[in-house]
Design a protein around this ligand. Structure first.
Ligand code: PLP
Length: 374
């Protein structure tokens, strides 16, 4: 039987071996990090070691708070609700975890690449910014497009607004530097960088306002009650360390594969389109339109051929609704409905790309597409 080709790392990245080993070790070790005895102290050490790895991954300063959560969704909710600001400014291209975090969202417009116009953001602060938190993702999960978060943070801070970035898709794929970005809050999720699902973290500047959503027993510095998910946190830490040490090599290789894939498709089908092809993007992500073939049809055809991809973001798969990200970017509905997302990871090889392209070509030819493909 041929092996499954996994090209859906933005939905969830394959578990890294280092993370799997760390999860198992922590599960077997047991212990509650709040207990004072030896087992508790060992569990505490596991949690604090992981916290250090997360800090290193995103170059967070020593005094920044790293608060473990149940994932990226909870991390963003903690920042956006816990910061206590009245309004959230965010583009419609944000992940639903931000768009649906709370009331009071004011939309920032984006251009055809999904990017915010800094001048327009500046104008939005005409009424002041000390009641505002701006939330702008570092990398978009569907298109891979990278926002200019550093510049956005500079503008927002001029008006005393707070700034949150969802770096869930960026971490482990590009160098993420919390200090250089100049944001107040940054969200992470373990399963997007080769850790286990159900664990994430919020990084917050030491003196940024923050109130717990669930104070409980006062864990995580009183900012997230509940006994820590020690195995998950251990796996997150191990994945972060592995992602950091292999980042440059992995991503150079993955970018080559992705560019080769896009180039080959352009040669096969001049009418195919890569969304936001000219924008600064994650090195692993490609959102490809095969004209006239619905996304779900493509996903099913690839699945039958043993290749895992997704129609836009995983959260929307199975629904026929067009992507809010693409409509915000002004992509025509007929193209948006025919887009599939390919997202590579450290596990992929040249042969995975060749298999994808071969199935893509067959499907394109069968769809009665342009003769130029023959
Ligand atoms: N933010 C982005 C950009 C994502 O892609 C995702 C997951 O798809 C999330 C947040 C949510 O993360 P989690 O699944 O850990 O809650």
């Amino acid at each position: 039987m041929t092996q499954t080709v996994y090209l859906d790392s933005n939905a969830t990245a394959p578990l890294r071996l280092e993370a799997e080993a760390a999860v198992l070790r922590a599960l077997q070790a047991g212990g509650n990090p709040s207990s004072v005895h030896a087992k508790g102290r060992a569990a505490r050490r596991t949690v604090e070691d992981a916290r250090d790895h997360i800090r290193v991954l995103v170059n967070a300063p020593k005094d920044a708070r790293v608060i473990f959560t149940s994932g990226g969704t909870e991390a963003s909710a903690l920042a956006l609700i816990g910061c206590g600001r009245e309004k959230v400014f965010a583009p419609r291209t944000e992940h639903p975890s931000v768009l649906n975090a709370r009331e009071g969202l004011v939309t920032i417009r984006v251009d055809a690449s999904g990017l915010i116009d800094p001048f327009e953001l500046d104008e939005m602060f005409a009424g002041g910014g000390d009641d505002v938190v701006v939330s702008v993702m570092l990398a978009n999960n569907e298109t891979g497009v990278l926002q200019q978060v550093e510049g956005i943070a500079r503008i927002a801070h001029r008006y005393d607004a707070l700034v949150h970035t969802d770096a869930v898709q960026a971490a482990g794929k590009i160098d993420v530097d919390f200090q250089a970005l100049g944001v107040d809050y940054l969200s992470l999720s373990a399963h997007k960088l080769g850790g286990p699902q159900g664990v994430g973290a919020l990084i917050a500047v030491a003196d940024a306002p923050l109130k717990a959503l669930q104070p409980g027993g006062g864990q995580e510095g009183g900012l997230r009650g509940g006994t820590e998910n020690v195995p998950g946190i251990a796996g997150f830490g191990a994945a972060a360390a592995a992602a950091k040490s292999g980042l440059d090599n992995d991503m150079r290789r993955i970018r080559l594969f992705r560019d080769q894939l896009e180039h080959t498709i352009a040669t096969i089908a001049p009418d195919a389109q890569v969304i936001a092809a000219m924008a600064d993007r994650l090195p692993n992500t490609s959102l490809i339109v095969m004209p006239g073939v619905a996304s779900d049809t493509q996903v099913m055809a690839f699945d039958l051929a043993g290749i895992c991809i997704s129609a836009g973001s995983a959260c929307k798969s199975g629904k026929t609704k067009t992507s809010g990200v693409l409509s915000a970017m002004g992509v025509r509905a007929d193209a948006a409905k025919c887009a599939v997302r390919v997202s590579l990871g450290h596990q992929n090889s040249v042969s995975d790309i060749e298999r994808f392209v071969s199935v893509w070509k067959d499907l394109y030819l069968k769809s009665g597409a342009k003769q130029s493909a023959a």
